[in-house]
Design a protein around this ligand. Structure first.
Ligand code: ADP
Ligand code: G3P
Length: 495
């Protein structure tokens, strides 16, 4: 095996390590479960030690499976689930379970921020909407829950980080994050690219607990030799959705990708200036290669592939996630069933933290296949809502959308997505674009790649799904979907 770049992709449900050769081809990979726990309705947690251990296990597995000598690993790049909030002490010991991005526990803190009229200020500085999704209110909740939490944090005894920081801290000893991850905290000013004193004061979060903010492609530190027997440079870090945008080579303003993983994240590159959303999207830092930030508009949908998992694990309607494809194709339509999988509220563009899942239109004739099809269609409808907002905000009409993530393997879903958007869907040969993006970021800083043109030349399309639905059917479907969404809103306040 020749020389490689290894990407660590720490996601919501799995930790993956993937080795790429210098042409960006996957040469080895390993995956370990990173299962979250759900201690109360709407709460989602992860054990920080488990995140680290599963990631290291995946790394070792990837090298072993590919027969890769650690000496041939030129650089490591990290991509991670974003917003998930961890607190640890200066010995690196976690102080409690990590609060996962999907967790709703800080909803009351968000409500208070809304009552205080902070919306416009947060949107202007952080580019974000007030929602428990982002790290800031999670940190507040955690400091309140820990004995003497606030005082200890003020004394510098407690460190905060998203999953990238947690990994970097343990792998290198440095307390650092990158601009993309920082831009998801609600504490970071996306214009100055620095922590924002007013946002910190708003939540009473001591600056001393925050990591140093780095570009997404730069020398981060050396992974200590104790892990693989020799020191290896870490030279790329980005939130997973930003890494996927990069891995999809969406380098120009107006290019966009949608990742179908646990959730669905549609990001559109908007260039060197942040675009303020008028349609309930968020403005985020796409990446910084060291010469300033590139920005993106993002629509985040909380539940996408996770609804398929739920049909499999809780409802027992399918045996594997992949089975959903044939079952959905076994019926002509959903028989009038619409499912809104708002299990953890609704993200963009609705932002209803009290929304909950619903299904409408069930009859005695509704079958398992109808329900599975309705779930897959819901993933596409949610993405359509987000894309419509993206087009309105940017004034750009998309001529194509690149896709990736576990559920993008589903051909029924991809065809339905093309139909409902009326836009061709392009699926790349390398589906692990998140990992590929992290490897590209690391490879640029390590001097493996000469620049963006070289990365572009490595991109290969696997399949294009052309839209084939009549306009009237599309409009009918979207209208009924909109009505179903209205029914899901606010439900947690009723029960
Ligand atoms: N063929 C498929 N059809 C539909 N959903 C799928 C398929 N394969 C995987 N999934 C879903 O995709 C998700 C896993 O995608 P992945 O990109 O690995 O997610 P994450 O990075 O969020 O952990 C799971 O929720 C799974 O249910
Ligand atoms: O773990 P994923 O791939 O579903 O991504 C999670 C997102 O980064 C959350 O914002």
């Amino acid at each position: 095996m020749g020389r490689v770049i290894v990407a660590l992709d720490q996601g919501t449900t799995s930790s993956r390590a993937i080795a790429f050769d210098l042409k960006g081809r996957m040469v080895s990979g390993a995956c370990e479960d990173a299962t979250p726990s759900y201690p109360r309705p709407g709460w989602v947690e992860q054990n920080p030690e488990m995140l680290l251990e599963s990631q290291l296990e995946a790394l070792r597995g990837c090298l072993k499976r590919g027969n890769i000598d650690p000496g041939d690993v030129l650089a490591i790049g990290i991509a991670n689930q974003r917003e998930t909030t961890l607190l640890w002490d200066r010995q690196g010991r976690p102080l409690m379970n990590g609060v996962v991005w999907q967790c709703r526990r800080s909803a009351p803190i968000c409500e208070k921020l809304r009552e205080e009229g902070r919306e416009a200020m947060i949107r202007e500085r952080a580019g974000l909407i007030i929602d428990p999704y982002f790290s800031g209110t999670k940190i507040r909740w955690m400091l309140d829950a820990l004995p003497d939490g606030q005082k200890r944090a003020e004394r510098g005894e407690i460190l905060f980080g998203t999953v990238d920081s947690w990994l970097i801290y343990h792998l290198t000893g440095r307390h650092a994050t990158d601009v993309t991850n920082a831009s998801r905290t609600m504490l970071f000013n996306i214009h100055t690219l620095d922590w924002d004193d007013e946002l910190l004061a708003m939540l009473d979060i001591p600056k001393v607990m925050l990591p140093e903010v780095l570009p997404s492609s730069c020398p981060v530190g050396m992974m200590r030799p104790e892990f693989l027997g020799r020191a290896i440079p870490i030279t790329g870090v980005a939130g997973d959705q930003h890494a996927a945008l990069f891995g999809q080579c969406c380098f120009e303003a107006g290019s966009a990708k949608n990742t179908y993983g646990t959730g669905c994240f549609l990001l559109m590159n908007t260039g060197k200036e942040p675009v303020a959303s008028q349609n309930n999207l968020i403005t985020t830092v796409a990446w910084d290669l060291g010469g300033g930030a590139q920005y993106a508009l993002e629509g985040s949908v909380f539940v996408a592939g996770a609804v398929v998992q739920w049909l499999r694990d809780e409802m027992g309607l399918i045996r594997t996630s992949a089975d959903s494809e044939a079952l959905a194709q076994s019926v002509q339509d959903t028989g009038g069933v619409y499912m809104v999988p708002a299990f953890t509220g609704l993200g963009a563009p609705h932002w209803d933290m009290y929304g909950r899942g619903t299904m409408v239109g069930i009859t005695r004739g509704t079958t398992r296949a109808h329900i599975v099809r309705a779930a897959l269609e819901a993933i596409a409808y949610q993405s359509a809502d987000v894309l419509a907002a993206c087009e309105k905000d940017s004034g750009i009409h998309l001529t194509g959308l690149k896709v990736d993530g576990g559920a993008s393997a589903n051909n029924f879903l991809m065809q339905f997505q093309a139909d409902i958007l009326n836009v061709p869907i392009e699926r790349p040969k390398v589906w692990e674009t998140t990992a590929r993006g992290a490897a590209f970021l690391a490879g640029l800083a390590a001097g493996v790649y000469g620049g963006l043109d070289e990365l572009r030349s490595l991109y290969e399309t696997e399949r294009i799904f052309e839209p084939a639905m009549a306009a009237a059917d599309r409009e009918h479907g979207l209208a009924l979907w909109g009505r179903a969404v209205e029914r899901a809103k606010g439900w947690a306040k009723e029960v």
